[in-house]
Design a protein around this ligand. Structure first.
Ligand code: THU
Length: 164
């Protein structure tokens, strides 16, 4: 954990964690990251997003090296729609994967599109604080973060162990 809120002197306003500026990317990416980029770009084409028209693809690499991908699937009953990251995670779990080593989200946005809050928590279940989360558009990887940067001081499986 990077912030020191609980041990701050009484009365002092605790410092809330500020994510370090993201690492903006330029130039070529590794073959492993390129595989995620290609998988996310392909699956995004299959998104079912007739309501928002905002298509998202996500691809992750698990602990065996296998790549799993998902896209957003919207519904006429709007809240029932699901995010691309959730689809990729479901595919991983269904295939027997248990850890996210790296994940990439791809969409056409005004700047890098990062996972929504709920999806940050979904990723948290299967990832480590240092796990890379990349944001891409259909042309290139735009920015890279760690899970800790996007979801600081998070709640996770280990938290529950404290009351076991
Ligand atoms: N969406 C995702 O698939 N992932 C995110 O992290 C952010 C949002 C989808 C949900 C919805 O279908 C559309 O993008 C617009 O919010």
């Amino acid at each position: 954990m990077s912030m020191r809120a609980l041990d701050s002197p009484a009365g002092r306003v605790p410092k809330i964690g500020h994510a370090r500026p993201c690492q903006h990317r330029a130039g070529p990416v590794s073959p492993e990251l390129d595989a995620l980029f290609q998988a996310a770009r392909t699956v995004r084409e299959r998104a079912h997003a007739p309501y928002s028209r905002f298509r998202v693809g996500a691809a992750l690499r698990d602990e065996t090296g296998a790549v799993h991908a998902g896209c957003n699937v919207e519904n006429a009953a709007y809240p029932v729609g699901t995010c691309a990251e959730g689809g990729a995670i479901s595919a991983m779990v269904a295939a027997g994967g248990r850890r996210i080593r790296e994940i990439l989200v791809l969409a056409e946005g005004d700047g890098p599109v990062t996972p929504c809050g709920a999806c940050r928590q979904r990723i948290r279940e299967f990832a480590d604080p240092a796990t890379p989360i990349h944001a891409a558009d259909p042309r290139r990887v735009l920015a890279s973060f760690t899970l800790e940067q996007l979801l600081p001081a998070s709640f996770g499986p280990e938290t529950l162990a404290g009351d076991a």
